[in-house]
Design a protein around this ligand. Structure first.
Ligand SMILES: *[C@@H]1O[C@H](CO)[C@@H](O)[C@H](O)[C@H]1NC(C)=O
Ligand SMILES: *[C@@H]1O[C@H](CO)[C@@H](O)[C@H](O)[C@H]1NC(C)=O
Ligand SMILES: *[C@@H]1O[C@H](CO)[C@@H](O)[C@H](O)[C@H]1NC(C)=O
Ligand SMILES: *[C@@H]1O[C@H](CO)[C@@H](O)[C@H](O)[C@H]1NC(C)=O
Length: 333
């Protein structure tokens, strides 16, 4: 991981002062390459996450040692600023420390798989203008998806999956020009998918919204964008999802609409040609299965079971790949 900035501090002046301090007081430690202001922020983070005896990362954060050598900390090799922080698992409790906002050159921040991390995302992270990757998944975060995440203008990857986050999805996540992946699956989100999710100004992100409590129809705007992967499984979405099938969107490879309350005619759906995974099972979809499905050479997963489909299952082409379980429990297939 590389960023091309120098730490904004008078680093050499500090080193000089530090060296002086070491000379004067031999008990004083030595921070090595560690940027002193980053060191201070990391120490504050550690303090707010105590007790940390069972954290592999935090246990290595020993006072007056070089933070660039600590577990879970990555320093940029040019500027020596802290560019990556990841605490993965371990038995620690508390909230995500607001001091993470005091690591201004952070590019990647992960707290993952720590059941006793509660509370919400601190607003201080909006200070992290270089943050590209934010992974706060498999924690116990609650409250809404923060409505300030759109201020993380460099963000490319956002993962808040498997928490207890509630409320509706902030539409202005679509401001994120560089976002490529949005994972909000496995939460308690309500409301509908924002209309603005059909208006991402930059790249169209992969969208994972499964296992929530989203309701309402899919906004028409979503049909205009070629989502590469979209997973809406296990929500309470209704009406027409046929707009997600657009043959002009050659990048679409993965569509999972399973376990919702979608209700539309499947007969005239036109598939993107590189579709690889299609799961529309457990809905109220009616009509027939379009003959063209057998020409989708990349299709490896097909589930249309538990719907109200009728008519003949297409044969030939790739259809040999799919067993009868793919078509289970329909009205008159
Ligand atoms: C989580 O917190 C609860 C209550 O404070 C505590 O009893 C439990 O030991 C903690 N678990 C872990 C894995 O830290
Ligand atoms: C983003 O949207 C939320 C509401 O969803 C709003 O409260 C917030 O002010 C918006 N943020 C910006 C920067 O526009
Ligand atoms: C889509 O989401 C559902 C529900 O979480 C999950 O079972 C399924 O595996 C997901 N599909 C992929 C390819 O990740
Ligand atoms: C696909 O593109 C063609 C040609 O630009 C256009 O006529 C057609 O309406 C498009 N189809 C859809 C479903 O958007």
């Amino acid at each position: 991981m590389r960023i091309h900035h120098q730490c904004p501090l008078y680093y050499s002046l500090f080193l000089f002062l530090l060296a002086t301090a070491i000379l004067i007081s031999p008990s004083h430690g030595y921070l090595g390459k560690c940027n002193p202001s980053d060191y201070k922020a990391l120490m504050n983070i550690k303090k707010s996450l105590s007790p940390y005896e069972f954290s592999w990362e935090l246990n290595s954060w020993v006072q007056n040692t070089d933070c660039c050598d600590w577990h879970g900390v990555i320093c940029d090799d040019k500027s020596n600023c802290v560019a990556g922080l990841s605490i993965l698992g371990g038995e620690i409790s508390g909230q995500i420390p607001s001091s993470v906002g005091d690591l201004p050159y952070l590019v990647s921040l992960s707290f993952r798989n720590i059941k006793n991390i509660t509370g919400s995302v601190p607003q201080s992270i909006t200070k992290l203008k270089h943050l590209i990757r934010l992974d706060l998944s498999y924690l116990s975060l609650s409250g809404p998806v923060p409505n300030f995440l759109n201020q993380l203008t460099a963000l490319n990857f956002l993962d808040l999956s498997y928490n207890q986050i509630s409320g509706s999805i902030p539409p202005n996540l679509s401001d994120l020009k560089h976002i490529r992946t949005i994972q909000l699956d496995g939460n308690e989100l309500t409301g509908s998918i924002p209309e603005l999710f059909g208006k991402f100004t930059g790249t169209v992100p992969e969208l994972y919204l499964s296992r929530n409590k989203l309701t309402g129809p899919i906004p028409k705007s979503l049909g205009a964008l070629g989502y590469r992967e979209i997973n809406l499984s296990r929500n309470k979405l209704t009406w027409d999802a046929s707009i997600l099938f657009n043959p002009n969107h050659s990048s679409t490879t993965f569509i999972d609409l399973s376990r919702n309350q979608f209700e539309f005619d499947f007969t005239n759906v036109k598939f993107p040609k590189d579709l690889n995974w299609l799961d529309i099972s457990h809905n109220k979809i009616f009509g027939g299965i379009p003959e063209e499905i057998k020409d989708l050479e990349s299709l490896e997963m097909l589930k249309v079971g538990y719907n109200r489909l009728c008519g003949k299952i297409p044969t030939g082409g790739n259809m040999e790949r799919f067993k009868s379980t793919s078509f289970f429990h329909n009205k008159c297939l």
